[in-house]
Design a binder for this molecule. Structure first.
Ligand code: FE2
Length: 339
């Protein structure tokens, strides 16, 4: 496996490679934890064992879904709807979302986050250029990627990394790129993604500093197929610091809100991808939090955004949803004066 082990690294190399000291976890422990995570994740991937909250486990869900999609795709191909659905899917839109928080640090007022999710780079031709086309050279403060970079669940990933490298090499992000894995992504993709410049969070956190102030980004492993309690422990790091959680799906919304997360960014659902004319999804692919399958929502004090996805999964069509790139504009909202 292509995962670094502390045993093979000279100690001074480990220390030199350290980012600014993170008070919660010494780097040595972080690397050991990642090795343990990778061993476990690799075994789950190889055995096709899906784990969910509350201990539910199963193997067959994906194959049944794939069969249904193949039948659906076959029926669509018999009509002209297939071509229309493909054109819909390629019609990606840029949406700007203002978000207001009373506890946002002043230095982050106006901070912009480009949010890309569910790229499934192998599912649509020239997707990178379509995204760059809608971004029109915009500069953002940060770019986050909330998982599902490929369509396949197993196998090769070099072509995905190449496409990602091309894409992020042309996006202007002042504070760089932070990513998490989705349920379509293998643990072997982690190191190559870091090598092209994406800081990958796996049940871990990082801080972004601006002036004397900072915000915390917490990133979990996918919890739709690969749930472990480590994802919950990561959310425990939400503290008085303004915290943004990156989770591939909305399925940890309740825990994150209780832990004090301020903003929850996720995707996974593609907003249904194939919806009825009233926008209702036929499938949301969620075990929990189905009502948060798309758009801007809130739960307790926490706000959340479920990205509709850039690409497509299963069959490359969309109906009554659009693929999107989101730019979140964070604003400090003064607390309401006492009545
Ligand atoms: Fe997903």
């Amino acid at each position: 496996m292509d995962i670094e082990s502390t045993d093979s690294l000279p100690r001074e190399t480990v220390l030199e490679d350290l980012p600014a000291p993170e008070p919660l976890f010494p780097e040595q422990r972080l690397i050991n934890r990642r090795q343990i995570w990778a061993n476990n994740r690799f075994r789950m991937e190889m055995e096709n064992m899906k784990t969910k909250r509350y201990g539910n486990r199963g193997r067959h869900h994906w194959y049944e879904l794939l069969l249904m999609m193949k039948v659906f795709g076959f029926v669509l191909r018999l009509t002209n709807l297939y071509q229309r659905g493909m054109r819909n899917a390629e019609n990606i839109v840029l949406r700007e979302i203002p978000l207001y928080f009373p506890n946002l640090p002043q230095a982050f007022d106006g901070f912009t986050i480009l949010h890309l999710s569910d790229l499934h780079m192998d599912g649509m031709k020239d997707l990178e250029d379509k995204i760059l086309g809608v971004l029109e050279n915009r500069t953002v403060d940060l770019c986050v990627l909330t998982g599902d970079y490929r369509t396949e669940l197993h196998g090769l990933h070099k072509h995905i990394i190449r496409s990602l490298e091309y894409l992020i090499g042309r996006i202007h992000s002042t504070h760089g790129f932070i990513g998490i894995l989705g349920n379509h992504d293998g643990c072997h993709m982690l190191n190559p993604m870091e090598q092209i410049g994406i800081t990958m969070l796996v049940n871990s956190t990082c801080l972004i500093h601006k002036g004397n102030e900072r915000i915390r980004i917490i990133g979990t492993d996918d919890v739709h197929y690969y749930y472990t309690d480590q994802a919950l422990h990561a959310l425990e790091h939400a503290d008085d610091t303004f915290s943004i959680a990156l989770v591939h799906s909305p399925e940890l919304y309740d825990i994150a809100a209780i832990m004090g997360v301020d903003l929850y960014l996720c995707g996974h659902t593609h907003a249904g991808q194939v919806c009825l004319p009233n926008g209702k999804a036929l499938f949301a692919h969620l075990n929990r939090g189905r009502k948060y399958y798309r758009g801007h929502w809130s739960y307790l004090e926490m706000q959340g955004i479920t990205h509709a996805g850039v690409g497509t999964s299963g069959i490359p069509v969309r109906f009554n949803t659009r693929g999107e790139a989101l730019i979140h504009h964070l604003h400090r909202q003064p607390p309401c004066p006492d009545m």
